[in-house]
Every structure is written in structure tokens, then in C-alpha cells.
Design a protein around this ligand. Structure first.
Ligand code: FES
Length: 257
């Protein structure tokens, strides 16, 4: 018979009504947490307890709980998505912690990500960067044969690695400059590396970087914190590619004037 291992934790959680209100940490004691549960399941248990006690549950974002959608995220003891490398918060398991631990849990903090409530943030700045150019304009018509455009496998691999970005925002939260260059670099890379995305590569680079700046994100200074916390291990080589794409696009637009 398997005996369920449990731990007792002290949770120091950021509570904030909305972006216009001041927030503060509140302390909760939570006992008998299954080490098999995920971090979000642990927060579910806390919220059931708070609801039973007539208190307001902790707001946090989630959707797939499978590490795919990019909705979850919080800073645990100063690390975006917590201590397990290449893991989203929803895939982080309580076996990574020990009984008696005190965890400090905060939202992703950035000027461009206003706090909606407690651990929930507004990531719509990322949506607006994508809307500015993170797409391929195609003429509709019959589906063409998948093999009619040959793509070298190394290019395809690099594009697919960049496309693994789920847009969670951990890169922004961990960057000392609040930069969104890993996110934007991944989105620019996944398109410009493939022939379908090449025709719009210059206008895309100019538009997406302009949108990134307008949203109030900072610039990369090679701290590499973004790469360290990225749950999908997106490489900062994508930031170098973003800079090259932007430099080429800016040069060409100047020479056309
Ligand atoms: S809830 Fe979808 S990635 Fe975590």
C-alpha cells in the first residue's frame, strides 16, 4: 500500500485588489499538502480552506495546467515559475519543497504587466506585439503540398525551437530591465527562419520592435536571466537574431528614403 507523503508549509502570498490598490503579503499556514500535487493544486487547496473560512481566495491565472498555454506564472522565492528548471508553475510539483519551508509567492512584476488581482497579471501587451506583425499574410486557396517548399532541417529545427515559446512572461519578470526581447525574438525567429515568413521579415521586425518599445518594455543587456527561467528553454540566440533582423530592416528602410 502506497502511503501519501505530505508536507506543511507557510505561504507568504502577495495580495492586491487591483492595479490601483496597494498590495501586501499575507501569511497562511497550510498543512498535509500531498507531495504529488502540483503548485496550482496546492493553491486550490488553500483557496478551498479560505472559502470555508469566509475569506477571499487567492486569484491566480491558469488554463491548460499542462505547460502549454502560458497562462500560469508566479515568482516563488524570487524565481519566476519556481525552483525547477524548464518547468511552468502548473507543472511544478510539491515534492520540490520540504516540510517547514516558508514560500514567498508574488506575481510577475513589470511596468508592462499590470496586476489584475493577487497573482494575476495583464499580459495583453504581448498580444499587441503579436498583432503588430507576428503573423504571415497569405493568399487563401487550395492547400498546397507540404513538400512543395523545401526547408533545410537545421532551419526548421531552429524555427520550431523558437515556436516553443508559450508567451508566459517569465522572461520579462526576471529581466532587470523588464525586457520582452526573448519573447519578441522567439516570435520573430519562428517566422523569419521559414520561407513562408521571409517576405514580410523586414516590416515585421520594425513593427514588432516598435510595438515592444511602445508597451514600455526595456532593452536587453545580456543578463541572461530570461533564458535561465524560461520554461521552454528558449535561447537568447533569438535575441541576437532579433537584433540582426532589426538592423537589416532599419538599414534598408533608410536606404529607400
Ligand atoms: S496553466 Fe497552461 S502553461 Fe500553466
Amino acid at each position: 500500500m502506497k502511503i501519501m507523503a505530505t508536507i506543511d508549509l507557510t505561504l507568504n502570498i502577495w495580495r492586491q485588489k487591483d492595479n490601483d490598490s496597494l498590495g501586501e503579503f499575507e501569511i497562511y499556514q497550510l498543512n498535509n499538502i500531498s507531495t504529488d500535487s502540483s503548485f496550482l493544486e496546492m493553491l486550490d487547496v488553500l483557496n478551498e480552506k479560505l472559502t470555508r473560512e469566509g475569506k477571499i481566495p487567492v486569484a491566480f491565472d491558469h488554463d491548460c495546467r499542462e505547460g502549454i498555454c502560458g497562462m500560469c506564472g508566479a515568482v516563488i522565492d524570487g524565481v519566476a515559475h519556481g525552483p525547477e528548471k524548464a518547468t511552468t508553475l502548473c507543472q511544478l510539483h510539491m515534492r520540490n519543497f520540504s516540510t517547514g519551508d516558508t514560500l514567498v509567492i508574488e506575481p510577475f512584476r513589470s511596468r508592462a504587466f499590470p496586476v489584475k488581482r493577487d497573482l494575476m497579471i495583464d499580459r495583453s501587451a504581448f498580444d499587441r506585439i503579436i498583432q503588430s506583425g507576428g503573423y504571415v499574410s497569405t493568399n487563401t486557396g487550395g492547400a498546397i503540398d507540404g513538400n512543395s517548399i523545401l526547408i533545410p532541417s537545421d532551419k526548421a529545427e531552429l524555427a520550431m525551437d523558437a515556436a516553443a515559446c508559450i508567451g508566459c512572461g517569465a522572461c520579462v519578470a526576471s529581466c532587470p530591465n523588464g525586457a520582452a526581447m526573448l519573447f519578441t525574438g522567439a516570435k520573430i525567429s519562428q517566422l523569419c527562419l521559414l520561407p513562408q515568413g521571409a517576405p514580410e521579415r523586414h516590416s515585421r521586425a520594425l513593427a514588432m520592435i516598435d510595438a515592444m518599445d511602445k508597451e514600455g518594455f526595456g532593452n536587453c543587456s545580456n543578463a541572461k536571466e530570461c533564458e535561465a527561467v524560461c520554461p521552454k528553454s528558449i535561447s537568447i540566440r533569438n535575441i541576437a537574431r532579433l537584433n540582426r533582423e532589426y538592423a537589416k530592416a532599419a538599414f534598408l528602410s533608410e536606404t529607400k528614403k
